[in-house]
Design a protein around this ligand. Structure first.
Ligand code: NAD
Length: 355
């Protein structure tokens, strides 16, 4: 076995159906007494319901989280938290909501309790993002890591089938890239494979029957493990492609991940054969050469849009993305080859199978 480093992040996790009902007691355990609930406008009613359960512990609901945390939104939220003398931000929602809580924590050190309702995984990472003049910058800081995360699969029952499928594949992408990360290690690889298997089994059921609680539980479990992968090891070509698709073309985050993953793993199929064989097996196949098509077929089964052109990538997108990715690359187990990457991005643009 090769040498490796492993560092666990300090987060307390409470997992299981109905656990959100324990939120008040959990907040009391940490002596939080002035809690601001953060949601998107769409999830405000859920925030109000939670506020009623928290009673005197809750000082308000702040329903203004939006995608990619614009600095103006963060600044307003920081003022509100200051005005209300908040001692804990409770993020109820997906990556956008947790992202706003992180922006507040970055400036104020107010601790975060997160109750994730998608599969994006931000709650398990020290990564924050802020957008100014359409430019998103990201950084890492332990201050933004939630102290406590409550995973209650019941809260994901309302997530529409299409968003569930894309969000689940977004999670799977974190686990997939952990398998061939520069700083990969055996513990994270175990979690990654368990995550991929769980998501591969659960997502097709959810798409057919979004109220299937067993499948929701399995997907939440897979997403939690994927979040740990994202928070623990570095990502590679796939995340670079998606950050470019989001940053340059503002494509929707989860869909961009879901579509691109098939092409990213196909590009790497011969780069780390042990990891890619494990990936193929976790997806129900046998051979590392199959990985791209296995993801593509899973996306088909999940009714995920297959073509980047269908989610807003313009015609010149494949060339530009391939160029940006090659000009400012992340670590990848295989060297960047512009011509091959551009050709793969063309296939992703059209929604053709990776080979
Ligand atoms: P999101 O948080 O934007 O949520 C998408 C929509 O679904 C929102 O309208 C939301 O209110 C709604 N929603 C969420 N849960 C719901 C539920 N259970 N029922 C009904 N509606 C629900 O989407 P996301 O994909 O979770 O997050 C994307 C953002 O998170 C991006 O900005 C991405 O960059 C960021 N992110 C950050 C990290 C990190 O480590 N910092 C990791 C992953 C994603």
């Amino acid at each position: 076995m090769n040498m490796f480093n492993y560092k666990a992040l300090p987060i307390n996790v409470h997992f299981g159906q109905g656990r959100a009902k324990e939120t008040k007691n959990i907040l009391k355990e940490y002596n939080f007494a002035s809690v601001l609930i953060i949601t998107t406008p769409e999830q405000e009613a859920d925030g109000q319901k939670l506020a009623e359960q928290l009673g005197e512990l809750c000082v308000g609901v702040y329903p203004k989280a939006v995608m990619h945390v614009p600095v103006e939104v963060a600044e307003q939220a920081i003022l509100e938290a200051d005005k209300l003398k908040v001692d804990c931000c409770l993020a109820l929602g997906g990556g956008s909501t947790i992202g706003l809580a992180k922006a507040i924590a970055l400036k104020t050190s107010i601790p975060i309790v997160a109750i994730p309702t998608t599969y994006a995984g931000s709650e398990m990472t020290t990564v924050y993002g802020l957008t100014e003049n359409r430019l998103k910058t990201t950084g890492k800081d332990l201050k933004v890591l939630p102290k406590v995360v409550i995973y209650d699969p019941e809260l994901t029952l309302t997530l529409p089938a299409k968003i569930s499928a894309c969000s689940g594949m977004n999670a799977m992408a974190h686990a997939v890239e952990a398998l061939y990360a520069q700083d990969k290690n055996p513990i994270i690889s175990l979690m990654a494979l368990e995550s991929i298997r769980s998501l591969k089994d659960a997502l097709p059921i959810i798409v057919q029957d979004p109220h299937n609680i067993e499948a929701r539980e399995k997907a939440t479990y897979g997403a939690w493990l994927a979040g740990i992968c994202l928070g623990s090891v570095g990502m590679a070509i796939h995340h670079k492609i998606c950050h470019t698709l989001g940053g340059t073309y503002n494509l929707p985050h989860a869909e961009a991940h879901a579509i691109s993953l098939a092409y990213s793993v196909h590009y790497n199929r011969n780069a780390d054969i042990e990891a890619m064989t494990q990936l193929a097996q976790a997806l129900g196949g046998t051979d590392h050469q199959q990985v791209g098509n296995l993801i593509y077929e899973l996306n088909q089964k999940l009714n995920i849009p297959l073509a980047l052109k269908d989610i807003g990538l313009p015609k010149e997108g494949p060339q530009t993305v391939a160029k940006i990715v090659c000009d400012s690359p992340y670590y990848n187990p295989r060297a960047y080859d512009y011509a091959e990457l551009e050709q793969l991005m063309q296939r992703a643009y059209q929604g053709l199978p990776p080979n």
